[in-house]
Each structure stands twice: as structure tokens, then as C-alpha cells.
Design a protein around this ligand. Sequence first.
Ligand code: SAM
Ligand code: SF4
Ligand code: SF4
Length: 340
Amino acid sequence: MSTEPDNLGRPLRNLRISVTDRCNLRCNYCMPEEEYSWLPKSDVLSFEEIMRLVDRFVEAGVNKVRITGGEPLLRQDLDKLIAMLAERPIKDLAMTTNGVLLAQRAAALKRAGLHRLTVSLDSLDPTTFALLSRRNDLARVLEGLAAARDAGFRHTKIDTVAIDGVNDRELPELIEYARSVDAEIRFIEYMDVGGATRWRMDRVLSRARILERVRDHFGGVTAVPRSDSAPAERFRLPDGTTFGVISSVTSPFCASCDRARLTADGMWFTCLYAAEGHDLRAMLRGGASDAELDAAVRAVWSYRADRGAEVRAGIPDRGALAQADDMRTNPHLEMHTRGG
Ligand code: SAM
Ligand code: SF4
Ligand code: SF4
């Protein structure tokens, strides 16, 4: 039975599960520091614990699940979790990955029943890729994308954080590359989420400027009518190629946000920007019954009034959301812990 909509009338439909806070890249917009505080391994939920919570969220109305991280492919035996999820009534079962380990894992993920992949890729230039991610793994990501296609994945998405002065000149090339691997690219505005300690407004390549860059190269760009609550606005080029823009900074979409986020250690956040989470691990390990978990999910969602990106948009002279020292004592503030 679906839970009631939240305080702002938004249903609970979407669950993002971070399966690890560890990552094999160090993207400048997400993990720019040298040192991080990691979640204790003993706090990380087992697959059985994750599934117990998934079943409660599905009961509450979730029908879309995305596996994320950190880097989800660092979690051992992830295809076993995927296989368990694939048995549930989930209409969209997806994963966001940086693609570094995808070439070895794509076939097993497909066999396990994963529906779709989103691969993050910010540049096709090895130097820019290394500057942004602080690792030299571009070739492996490209191999991963090719392997995903060969394994039979369709409707793959490529996510690119567009940063002024870094990869802004590459957008047309990235669109052409995505088309060549049967993927659709989405350009994401650089967000001031926890973890983005180097964020500055003048680094954000706005939706308007992204469209200008694409239009200058390809000619006309027409909007594709929206069909769901997905955050990306989609556009079509004269030759029919489509691409998306996620304008979380200049045009936030909190009004239709139906997402819950579960960290690897079982904290539930109702917004990327939320100050506090709800400790579902304590309930699970404290012996809560399904009925008690259901009641907690209903109660938290009914009080939800988050509209973090909209609130941030109203702050004059905004800077980074959190400082590195705050995140060292509270790693749950980090985007790589909360799951993007
Ligand atoms: N490691 C995986 C990956 O990079 O695809 C999954 C986790 S990552 C946190 C999920 C998404 O968050 C990525 O597509 C990444 O580009 C995005 N992201 C991280 N920090 C961001 C920021 N400051 N602004 C916009 N997007 C960001
Ligand atoms: Fe980059 Fe994803 Fe790792 Fe963050 S979690 S550093 S976005 S690869
Ligand atoms: Fe949803 Fe919070 Fe993002 Fe707004 S800022 S879209 S409420 S997660």
C-alpha cells in the first residue's frame, strides 16, 4: 500500500541506495580533499539488510531503484544484490557508476537483471579527465561503455558535470560520442552539495549557457515535452539526436522530487541537502518489526518538506554548503556518502 504524499504533495516513488562510500576516483567536484573519514565497515548494511529495507520502501510506493555510491562497483558481489532486487516489483532498476570497473562487470550485471546504466563521464580528453577525476582512467571508462553496449544494455545515459573553463568547450564532442555508443548524454549543472568544497557560482555552466554552446555548434535545439518527474529536461538536435540538461542550480526541480536516499550504513535522507538523516540501521539491528519500519517510513515521508536546491537558490553570495572539517567529523554530509 503506497504511503501518503509528503507535506508538499510529493509521492514516494524513487529510492537511491548507496552501497559503499568508497570510490576509486577523486572527482574535483565531489571528493577534492586528500583525506576522508570513511564509514566503519561494521556499520555497512549487508545485502539482506538492504533488501529488508527495500521491501519496506516498495510497500510504501517505491517502484524505481537506483544503485549508487561512492563507486558501487567497488562493492563485492554486487550482482547478487542486483539479482535479489530484480525479483521485486521494481519497474526501473538502474545503477550510476563511474565506469572504471564496468568492462569486467557489465555482462554479470546484465545477467543479474539490472535494467539500465548511467555512466559518469566528464571529458573525452585524457588530460582534462585526469585533471577532473585525479586518476588516469579515461580509457577504462570508454571500454566500460563499449562493454555495456555489447552486454545488451540499452537506454544507457552518460552524466557529465559541466564546469565553466574545464569541459565547457567539449559539450558537442561529448554529444557525438554518446550517440556513437547508443547512449543519451545529460549535462548536469555543478552543484554546491556536501563534498563540493571547491564550488563557486562562477564555475557553474548554467542551463542557458549549455544550450547556447550546443546551439552554436549544431544549429537549432528544440525541447522534448516532459513525460515524467525525471530531473532532466530533454532536447532534440536537428538530426534527431537527443540530450538532457539537469539544472539543479539555476532551475531546481524540488517541486516534483519523489526521491529517498539510503546511505551504505542505513541512514535515510529525504534530500541531498538535508541536515539530518533517519537511522534505519539502528531500527533494523534493534529488532524492529516490518510494521514498525513501515510506520517509520510513513511518518518520515509525511513530514518531509525538503526543497534544498530551491532554498540554496535563494541565498545571495552562496558558497560551498559544508567545509572539509565539518565533513571529517560528519561524513554523512558528503555527496559520495549520500549517493548522487
Ligand atoms: N561514483 C558514481 C559516479 O560517479 O557515477 C556514483 C556516485 S556519484 C556521487 C553520482 C553522480 O553525482 C555522478 O554522476 C556525479 O557526476 C554526480 N555529482 C557528484 N558531485 C556533484 C556535484 N558537485 N555537482 C553535480 N553532480 C555531482
Ligand atoms: Fe567521482 Fe562518483 Fe567518486 Fe564522486 S563518487 S568522486 S562523482 S566517481
Ligand atoms: Fe529533491 Fe532535495 Fe534535490 Fe530538491 S534538493 S530535488 S528536494 S533531493
